[in-house]
Write a protein that binds this ligand. Structure first.
Ligand SMILES: O=C(O)C(=O)C[C@@H](O)CO
Ligand SMILES: [Mg+2]
Length: 390
């Protein structure tokens, strides 16, 4: 089998969007003096869709969720010529070809996200070619079904957060993730706001539901050190990305400091990046996203390394490209799940673009043993709500 063509399209949402309120979620822009639109970098309203065709008529579907126009340009200009004419089953060779030929400027960030989109499409082709779901090519079924945690609970008024938390309980979720709205610039009053929001959610869900806490890199080391002891009484399952992704020593210091596990990795790349995080004991939970980290080829390697460190992998975002990896390894006990709703931050855009993702039932999702490939199709119902660039 040979790859004959690579098609990339950018889908940019132009439909109705729920505006994000100030303090919706702390993020890396918060430390800057100009906070006029600190949520501006925190919207993900575009996606790159990658379709790779083969000479036997199979089309593999991949996707990239970051900087979609740049990802498209990288794939069109640099990556497509490297895979056209090649056998998709030579996926390791093709990965190395893409990685090494873009090494001077790729490696981390959008270069690797673009490689991920191509790699995911190659795995979709391989699954379809042998008539098996991708997880059966990675190790097969290691779980009857996958527990997942509901991931939203952005900072709004506390009553609304409590109602939202209750709705996840009603749907049967045993775990959920909430976002902090305040960081170092907001001083002691912001600290109190942060603690009040965790207390409000805990009040509704009690102590027997796992609660994850997200900072999205909106804190700094000093602030995190002051917050961690104050958070211990809430027994969170983890504290996520308290500092910038590059501050690996900061993660390691925080991870040593308290009993609260520190998580990260959704902004880290390749097996090299994760080996560093693990060797430094910087994170106690790994959260790569397959459509950034280097695709299924890289994520599969990271699962094996994480297993040897006994550090669980709970990928960022859920979604099919991650679910197949979670299903196929005991290193990954759980998935994230973004509830389906109106387009807001953009995490939910996946459901407007693709169909086939499993719906959680009582807090679990399952994958079908008989659906070949990733099991995703483009969802054409909403195409008129996007600007589509070929
Ligand atoms: O789900 C996460 O872990 C994220 O970081 C998503 C992002 O949108 C922040 O909420
Ligand atoms: Mg996160």
């Amino acid at each position: 089998m040979k790859i004959t063509n690579v098609r990339t399209r950018v889908f940019e949402w132009k439909g109705h969007t729920v505006p994000a309120q100030p303090h919706f979620c702390s993020n890396a822009m918060d430390e800057l003096w100009d906070k006029s639109d600190s949520m501006g970098t925190f919207r993900f309203h575009g996606w790159t869709v990658v379709e790779i065709g083969t000479d036997n008529g199979i089309v593999g579907l991949g996707n990239v969720a970051l900087a979609p126009r740049i990802a498209k340009a990288i794939i069109d200009q640099y990556l497509a010529p490297l895979v056209i004419g090649q056998d998709p089953f030579d996926y390791e060779y093709l990965w190395q070809r893409m990685y090494r030929s873009t090494h001077a400027w790729g490696r981390k960030g959008i270069g690797m996200a673009a490689i991920s989109g191509v790699d995911i499409a190659l795995w979709d082709i391989m699954g379809k070619a042998v008539n098996k779901p991708v997880f059966k090519l990675l190790g097969g079924r290691t779980k009857e079904k996958i527990p997942c945690y509901a991931s939203k609970l952005y900072r709004t008024d506390l009553n609304s957060m409590q109602e939202e938390a209750q709705s996840y309980l009603d749907q049967g979720f045993q775990a959920m993730k909430m976002r902090f709205g305040y960081g170092p610039k907001d001083g002691p009053a912001g600290m109190r706001e942060n603690l009040n929001s965790v207390a409000a959610v805990r009040e509704v869900i009690g102590d027997d539901i796992d609660l994850m806490l997200e900072c999205y890199m909106g804190w700094n080391l000093e602030y995190a050190k002051r917050m961690l002891p104050r958070l211990e009484r809430f027994q969170p399952r983890w504290l996520e990305e308290p500092v910038l992704a590059d501050d690996i020593d900061g993660y390691a210091e925080l991870n040593r400091l308290t009993s609260i596990p520190i998580s990260g990795g959704e902004h880290e790349f390749t097996s090299y990046g994760f080996r560093q995080l693990l060797e430094k004991r910087a994170v106690s939970v790994i959260q790569y996203d397959t459509n950034r980290v280097g695709g299924i080829t890289a994520a599969h390697k990271i699962n094996a390394i994480a297993e040897s460190f006994s550090v669980p992998v709970i990928p960022h975002a859920g979604q099919m490209h991650n679910y197949h990896l979670t299903m196929s390894t005991l290193a990954s006990p759980m998935s994230e799940f973004f509830p389906v709703h109106d387009v807001e931050i953009g995490n939910e855009l996946f459901y407007y673009l693709f169909e086939g993702d499993p719906e959680p039932v009582n807090g679990f999702i399952d994958l079908d043993d008989n659906t070949p490939g990733l099991g995703l199709k483009l969802n054409e119902r909403y195409f008129d709500q996007f600007n589509i660039t070929e």
